[in-house]
Every structure is written in structure tokens, then in C-alpha cells.
Ligand binder design. Structure first.
Ligand SMILES: Nc1ncnc2c1ncn2[C@@H]1O[C@H](COP(=O)(O)OP(=O)(O)OP(=O)(O)O)[C@@H](O)[C@H]1O
Ligand SMILES: [Mg+2]
Length: 505
């Protein structure tokens, strides 16, 4: 349930049909505010007879007359008498003297909202008179269309019921406006509306011409000049909607230019008064979409190739390890294979990701068997994950996975060097600003006098460098608190590595 329907069911006796109509009205009323150059306030009568403001929209074409949001305001019966009168009579109240609100001179008008033959609410139309406007052709065309639409509101025919709610990303009045007569001929086009057609290749004027014909000519010209025998589907849809005077949204594409349109039919007492057409040049938007899509595809392709290359490097190192006779050299190469493979895992995940974010839980679940493989000498040591690391950007994911690889490897390799049974637990805790990962083992514990800062072996050096410089986080290695329920060897506490990484908001 929306805030509006909550308010209506709490405060009024309006039925669900009327509530749905008001919901749709506030979904579609930006065009009314823009065409009228006025703030619109939707008022309903509460059970105790007051008027309650349940909706407010400001014009994008003129200064507001209500700098404060008015929703929730209550007024006693008769205080804004024109609203009460319009609501009771089910009509419109116009041409009132200015009122002063918040130091702004306002011309208030009232339009009853009718649904199912009854007046269910009243719309306040408040025009800011502070900056007087000299009526231009555009302004007169807007106000005329507004008058038609307000009439339809009192008649109950606006907003029309359409399948699927209106598209809030559709064109706005300021993007391009045209007024058509009942025959689909353009009677007025705003400068932006005309520009949209100019970009599609129109050289002549738009006024006086059949909009569907103009569209067809532009498409034919862009296609090479021959008038195709079959009318393009986009044009027949437009023509049909204009002829039937039904609400319709669609797109016209001529050459590389795409214009989106929305048809809003006008009518009085069921007879057509032509329609308003809103137009928006979508070309730049479409190009940007396409550019982003192809960029996204290339990035994923690059991740895929990086992964392949890293796997090749790992394979080469593995081959080389087999030729080594010295056990220490073999072990060192095996460590490198694991480091390289863990980075490859990150790229593999990124190659499959749509938004450039890596799913760390998935990576970790692939990493765990890899670590266990290498430490095959200790098959009795199980690694488990608890909690979620979630998704991270590529910049954070790669160092984090490398760090986790080192820490897990150490836990298995050093923690259980004198035993063959145990449990390594990875616990993740993520809040808005931080990710904390603990890797705890129930192994033999850190050697006497161990200090992370003093340790100069490669593994922990890598860990410290990555944590501090790439992730701006912190790492601690501590003696693990004894959890007798978990410990396979309750007599020894084991080790806990605590990694804290700040996350970008
Ligand atoms: N979970 C652990 N349990 C017990 N000892 C540990 C643990 N983690 C680290 N250590 C100790 O810290 C030392 C340093 O670890 P580090 O990873 O830096 O080097 P390494 O594992 O010995 O060699 P490599 O450079 O191949 O990683 C280890 O040799 C070990 O003594
Ligand atoms: Mg190590």
C-alpha cells in the first residue's frame, strides 16, 4: 500500500475504486502542473469534515507557489471556501482574486475530481503571480491544453484507465509538446517539439500537417527515399492511436534519431477535442545506453582473457614444480600456483558479472576446495564459511581474495602441522561501512614470541601490504578465544586472524 492509499483509508470514507482513481491521478498529473504553470494540491474531505491535502506536485515550467510540501496539511471546513464549494458542486472555481501565502501572491483555483459519477476530491490549482508572464503562443497553447485536461478531470475522463501504469520516464511537457486537432493535424508545436522532428530530418513546418504522414515521410527518406508499399509498423500504431483517440506511447526512429512520444487524447462529453502529444528526443540517451552496454561487454571479455592468461601462468608454474627435485623449491612453486589461481578466480567471477561487482561468497566457495587440495596432507581439516561477504568492486575483491588465500593456507599449513584433524571457520560480518572477516582455526596456535609486524616471511608480508595499502584496512593475528563446542582440540586455543576492511558507501 502506498502512502496515499494509507492516508485515504485512515482518514476518509472513499472506496477502493475512488482511491485507485486518485492514485492514478497523482501518477499522471505532472503534465497538468506543467501545462498550467501551477502547483496542484489534491484535497480530500476527512471523516470529521476537514479538508486534508494528500498530494502536491510542482510545475517544472514555472516557479512554485508552495515552497513547503503541503501533503498532510489540514484545514477546517470553509477556511479555503472555494475548495469546499468546488468539491460539493462537482465543478470548477476560477478567476478568484489573489491570496497571499508565505509572502507569495497566489491565484487559487479549484477543480473537482470526479469518479464514478461522484465528486471524490478537489484539486487546488495555485499559480504563482510573483513573476508576471507575458502570454506567448507557447503559453497560450499550454494553458489551452491544461483547460481541456482539467475539464476532463471534473468529468471523470482523465486520467484514463490504461493497462500498466504510466511511464514516469516518458516525455515531459518541456521536452517537446504538440497539439493536434481531431484529424491528427498539428495545430501547434513547441520549439523543442519541432527540434525533435528537425533532427529526424524535417525541413518544412510541422504546423498544418498530419503527424503520422510527417513521421512516415521522415522514415521513408531516412530509409533511402522510396516510399515503401507497406506502412512501417510504428507509423500504423501511431495512426491508429490518433484515429481512435486512445492514450498511446511509442517511438519513431528515422535514421539514427529516435523520438519517443506520448499521446494524451482530449475530449468533452465523449466527443474528441484532438490530443496533446509529448515528444522527447531519445537519441543521445540511446547512444549512451549502447556505449555503456558495449563497454560492459568489453570489460567482461577482458576479465575473461585475464583469467585465461593467469590459468596459463599457473599451469606453467605447476609444470616447473614437477621438475624440481628440492622439496622447498617445489613448495614455493606450489604456493605461487595457488596465489595466481586465486586471482584467476576473481577474474572469472568478474567476467560473469553484469555490474562489475564480484560475488565474494561464490569466490570463497570455489577457493575452499582449492586450499584443501593443496593441503591434501591434512584431509581431516575442514574449512567452513559462516555469514556473507557479499559483493565487492573489482578493486577490493582481488586483494581481499589474495589475503584470504594466504590466511587460509597458513591456518591449514601451520595450525595443523602437528595434528591431522580440525576445523577452520571463516566468519563474515558486513555492515554498511565495514566488512569484518575472521579466520579462526583450532590448531596449535602461533609460535612463541610471534609478532605480525616483525614477521618477514613472504605470506604475511603480502597480507600486510595488501590490507594496508590496497584496502586501507587492518589485520590482527591473535590467540583464539576457546570455544569448547567448536574446538576439536579444546586443550589448545588456536589462532584467529581478524581482517577489517572499510567499504565505500
Ligand atoms: N594460523 C596459524 N597457526 C599457527 N601459526 C601460524 C598461523 N599463521 C601464521 N603462522 C606463523 O606465522 C609464520 C609466518 O607466516 P607466513 O605466511 O608469513 O609465512 P609462511 O607461511 O611460513 O611462508 P609463505 O611465505 O609461503 O606463506 C608461519 O611460519 C607460522 O609460524
Ligand atoms: Mg604462509
Amino acid at each position: 500500500m502506498s502512502a496515499l492509499s494509507d492516508l485515504l483509508s485512515e482518514q476518509t470514507d472513499l472506496g477502493s475504486d475512488a482511491a485507485a482513481h486518485l492514485q492514478q491521478l497523482v501518477g499522471d498529473w505532472q503534465i497538468l502542473a506543467d501545462l498550467a504553470f501551477a502547483d496542484l494540491l489534491l484535497w480530500v474531505r476527512t471523516r470529521d469534515g476537514e479538508l486534508l491535502c494528500v498530494g502536491h506536485v510542482r510545475p517544472t515550467t514555472a516557479p512554485t507557489s508552495h515552497p513547503l510540501h503541503e501533503v498532510g496539511r489540514r484545514v477546517a471546513a470553509g477556511e479555503l471556501s472555494w475548495l469546499d464549494r468546488a468539491l460539493d458542486a462537482g465543478g470548477m472555481i476560477r478567476d478568484r482574486d489573489p491570496e497571499w501565502g508565505n509572502g507569495i501572491p497566489i491565484r487559487p483555483e479549484a477543480i473537482a475530481v470526479r469518479h464514478g459519477g461522484k465528486s471524490v476530491a478537489v484539486m487546488g490549482r495555485d499559480t504563482n503571480l510573483d513573476s508576471p508572464r507575458t502570454p506567448s503562443e507557447l503559453e497560450l497553447a499550454y494553458l489551452d491544453a491544461a483547460a481541456e485536461l482539467f475539464y476532463m478531470v471534473t468529468e471523470g475522463s482523465f486520467p484514463a484507465v490504461v493497462e500498466g501504469s504510466s511511464d514516469s520516464l516518458g516525455p515531459r511537457v518541456g521536452d517537446g509538446f504538440a497539439r493536434l486537432d481531431t484529424g491528427g493535424v498539428v495545430r501547434y508545436a513547441s520549439p523543442n517539439g519541432l527540434s525533435a522532428f528537425r533532427r529526424m530530418g524535417l525541413t518544412a513546418d510541422l504546423v498544418g500537417r498530419d503527424l503520422a504522414d510527417v513521421g512516415r515521410d521522415l522514415i521513408d527518406t531516412a530509409d533511402g527515399g522510396d516510399r515503401s508499399a507497406v506502412e512501417p509498423g510504428d507509423i500504423s500504431a501511431l495512426r491508429l492511436a490518433l484515429a481512435a483517440a486512445v492514450p498511446h506511447t511509442g517511438e519513431l526512429a528515422a535514421g539514427s534519431v529516435t523520438v519517443a512520444y506520448q499521446i494524451i487524447p482530449l475530449s468533452r462529453r465523449a466527443s474528441s477535442h484532438g490530443c496533446v502529444v509529448l515528444l522527447r528526443d531519445m537519441t543521445d540517451l540511446r547512444h549512451r545506453d549502447l556505449a555503456l552496454q558495449s563497454k560492459d561487454v568489453s570489460i567482461r571479455e577482458i576479465h575473461h582473457r585475464v583469467k585465461n592468461n593467469l590459468q596459463t601462468v599457473a599451469a606453467l608454474l605447476r609444470l616447473q614444480a614437477r621438475r624440481m627435485h628440492h622439496p622447498a623449491a617445489r613448495a614455493a612453486l606450489a604456493d605461487s600456483v595457488q596465489r595466481v589461481s586465486s586471482i584467476a578466480l576473481v577474474h572469472e567471477t568478474l567476467a560473469a558479472s553484469r555490474d562489475g561487482a564480484a560475488d565474494l561468497d561464490g569466490i570463497l566457495d570455489s577457493l575452499i576446495p582449492m586450499i584443501s587440495d593443496v593441503s591434501a596432507a591434512r584431509p581431516g581439516v575442514a574449512i567452513r564459511r559462516k555469514g556473507h561477504l557479499g559483493e565487492l568492486s573489482a578493486e577490493l575483491a582481488t586483494p581481499l581474495v589474495m589475503v584470504l588465500t594466504e590466511l587460509l593456507h597458513n591456518a591449514v599449513e601451520h595450525g595443523y602441522s602437528d595434528r591431522d584433524r580440525g576445523q577452520v571457520l571463516i566468519t563474515a560480518e558486513r555492515t554498511i561501512g565495514t566488512l569484518t572477516v575472521r579466520i579462526s582455526d583450532d590448531g596449535r596456535g602461533l609460535p612463541q614470541g610471534f609478532s605480525l609486524e616483525a614477521s618477514d616471511s613472504l605470506g604475511l608480508q603480502i597480507v600486510r601490504t595488501l590490507v594496508e595499502s590496497e584496502m586501507r584496512g587492518s589485520i590482527r593475528l591473535v590467540r583464539r578465544r576457546v570455544d569448547p563446542g567448536l574446538a576439536s582440540h579444546p586443550e589448545s586455543a588456536g589462532t584467529e586472524a581478524v581482517l577489517t576492511v572499510p567499504l565505500p558507501r
